[in-house]
Write a protein that binds this ligand. Structure first.
Ligand code: BEZ
Ligand code: FE
Length: 323
């Protein structure tokens, strides 16, 4: 792995002077000469799929092989570079556990999780008015406590905590409704919410935080309303101490995500919505390391008057499509 990226970087720099990046037909090399590669090779690999192959794989594998082979030919990929890429993927696997998914993180910095989320949500959408989805990210915990409406997901706040002052400054009241696409309020919908502490860490990344800190599930009332106290979210770097972080460094990219709050909103008879809301005043809102921000999900926190529990407030209605 150590040698892979410098080697790759050198090759791509050298090749950009010779290679026309787009529109090079198969079998023609960058100098416009007939290619030395066997023009039937890719088709042979595709044709090796048997008649009893898994149907979805049989449908998508030819395209995967074509794109992979075209990529290798386009950049004149060497054995050394391919082998280093294999090591890199293996490193991602070795770093992954039930607490950390480095391969998913790699997909995130490639924009792949966001792209797949967009493709899936467009396919499943039953209405154009439903709230857009956003990626789940690796820090979701499915068993957050159910809390009464109007209570807080902030735990363990005391002057001894290093982020105490920041938590007071950023205290926020979140409220709104969960609606169906026809505008009807949904009773008993579940709003599952989570965000980081002001130090930019989710509770499972930070042994100083109480279990399930900044997480909670709220049920909507008869008018479809939810309400809770939380914090205005802070930006944070995605974990960059592993292979994905090394790749970011070699690409001269930053690891930062704009401040955001995660939500999963679910209700009977409706499609579950996984999404995030982004603070419009965040420094990284137009430059997310994992390309997940959508305009409709960028929100403005307003100052809150007369509430000792919150300096900011945000009203947001979630609109769920029907199943
Ligand atoms: C997150 O929003 O929690 C997240 C998303 C992608 C990569 C890392 C973190
Ligand atoms: Fe997050």
């Amino acid at each position: 792995m150590g040698q892979m990226i410098p080697d790759l970087a050198a090759t791509s720099r050298a090749s950009t002077t010779k290679i026309k990046p787009n529109g090079i037909p198969n079998g023609i090399n960058t100098a416009g000469k007939k290619c030395q590669h066997d023009p039937t090779f890719t088709q042979k690999v595709i044709a090796a799929t048997g008649p009893n192959a898994n149907p979805r794989l049989a449908q998508i594998f030819p395209s995967l092989v074509r794109h992979l082979h075209d990529f290798a030919r386009e950049v004149n990929l060497t054995v050394g570079e391919w082998s280093a890429a294999v090591d890199f993927l293996n490193d991602c696997g070795k770093m992954s556990s039930d607490r950390r998914n480095e391969t998913q993180l790699l997909c995130d910095i490639l924009g792949l999780e966001s792209l797949v989320d967009e493709i899936t949500s467009k396919q499943l959408a039953t209405s154009t008015t439903q709230t857009p989805s956003a990626i789940l990210g690796p820090f979701y915990r499915s068993d957050a406590p159910f809390l009464p409406n109007g209570t807080s997901i902030v735990q363990g706040l005391s002057p001894s905590v290093s982020w105490y002052e920041k938590a007071l400054e950023d205290s926020a009241f979140l409220s709104g409704k969960v609606l169906s696409t026809d505008g009807k309020p949904i009773e008993n919908a579940v709003v599952d919410v989570w965000h980081t502490a002001p130090n930019g860490l989710y509770e499972q990344q930070d042994s100083d935080q109480p279990e399930m800190n900044f997480r909670g599930r709220f049920r909507t009332d008869q008018q479809g309303r939810y309400a809770l106290y939380a914090l205005r979210p802070v930006p944070y770097p995605i974990p960059d101490d592993g292979p994905a972080g090394r790749l970011l460094g070699l690409l001269d990219r930053h690891p930062n995500r704009p401040g955001h709050i995660h939500f999963i909103v679910s209700a009977e008879g409706h499609r579950t919505l996984t999404t995030q809301l982004y603070d419009s005043r965040d420094r990284w809102v137009d430059d997310d390391a994992v390309f997940a921000v959508k305009d409709e999900l960028v929100v403005r926190f307003e100052p809150r008057e007369g509430d000792p529990g919150a300096r900011w407030e945000l009203g947001y209605d979630f609109i769920l499509g029907r199943c």
